[in-house]
Ligand binder design. Sequence first.
Ligand SMILES: [Zn+2]
Length: 202
Amino acid sequence: MQTHLRAALSSTIILRYSSFDTFIGQYVLPFIYNVLLLPLYTNKEHLWRHKAVVCKDTNGDIIHPISSILTIFQTGFDLGSIALFKEIGRAAYQNPIPQEWQLRGFGSTLYRNIQPRAEKHAEAVALEHDAWEVRNCPVCGAKTLLVYGETETEGEDPLAPEKIWHFTTTVECTCCSFSIDHGLKNLQEYGIAEDDYWWVKE
Ligand SMILES: [Zn+2]
């Protein structure tokens, strides 16, 4: 019995993906977040917090992905919401668009060029990869969010199909790397005030 117990304790514990999310979201993240709010870490937010995102909730308040994840775990587990806010938070840490204070004073010219360059690059990528649309990104705010789609047909003759469907499938920001596909619902379904990414036209 003791041998079994020792073996079980010493073996690697593998959690399923959703269980791992629950473990992090319910126990680890609130603990770390509360530690970081202690006076010891006052004025050190720049060391751990991501840049602010630009998207807002339906009340007009800026989205805070970490707080949103904490709230979701307190109010009930929803895989889609967790996946979305994790992705927003991840991309926010990758966001290269300068903060307001970086646009003032020494070196500001360098910072000021980052967004226009990113937007030109997005236009080039959109052309190269046949993106259907370029929009403003909900995370970094630059016009660098590429919307991709697909077309499907129905009928015997591919040259004269009976029906044609156009639908969007993926959005991807070439600036901050925010990326989701239509496995998630439109952002308004998660309380984010953004126009629909996913649509179908016949
Ligand atoms: Zn972005």
